[in-house]
Design a protein around this ligand. Structure first.
Ligand SMILES: [Zn+2]
Length: 200
């Protein structure tokens, strides 16, 4: 599913349908039993609910919010290389929201944990379902309040401040180190390109 999305071999509408189905199917296979009473649950409402016939509890498909953020300090952007991505791929920082957090707090916490950079203003830009299996990406931009990078929580292998010109080179496939960003379908790509295209 992820390969189909990244390679762009399907029309967008078909891809969105498939993503919806894929996410729901994952939920059904991972929620066959109610974790509280242990009874097997039953599908209801055309697959958008699972009911426990024993204690009558009802369950709905889950969505996991993830903050993903372009952190900028004037004309430089904070972009890193996570261990999980292919060599040379640099992207925006991201992480799962925690219970009880606002989007803004999650952005500041994640950036602090991963890079030790302090963030002040956070602006929500747009969202994107990322059903691998059930994420909802919340794309934000944030303003850096500090510059020193100290990698933390073992998420990133590298993280740097990239000047806007260098980000434009990466996007154009002309970076001297051969760095590149995630594919166009990803919100990370959109966040990076939108920032790079803006005037300083
Ligand atoms: Zn039950």
């Amino acid at each position: 599913m992820r390969s189909l999305a990244v390679q762009g071999v399907l029309p967008r509408g078909d891809l969105e349908l498939l993503a919806q189905v894929r996410s729901l199917a994952h939920w059904h296979t991972s929620h066959r039993y109610f974790s509280h009473c242990g009874h097997e649950t039953r599908m209801a409402q055309a697959g958008y609910r699972r009911d426990c016939p024993s204690c009558l509890a009802v369950h709905f498909p889950r969505t996991d919010p993830v903050v993903i953020m372009l952190i900028a300090d004037g004309d430089k952007a904070l972009i890193g290389h996570p261990h999980r991505l292919a060599e040379g791929v640099y992207t925006t920082l991201a992480g799962f929201m925690e219970p009880g957090e606002t989007i803004e707090q999650a952005v500041r916490r994640e950036v602090m944990e991963e890079s030790s950079v302090r963030v002040s203003d956070v602006t929500f830009m747009k969202s994107q379902p990322w059903p691998f299996p059930t994420s909802l990406m919340l794309g934000c931009v944030g303003k850096a309040e500090s510059r020193d990078i100290v990698l933390g929580d073992n998420e990133l292998e590298d993280c740097r401040w990239f000047p806007r010109d260098e980000v434009r080179e990466i996007l154009a496939g002309r970076h001297p180190e051969g760095l590149h960003v995630p594919p166009e379908i990803s919100i990370a790509h959109w966040l990076i390109r939108t920032w790079a295209d803006a005037e300083a």
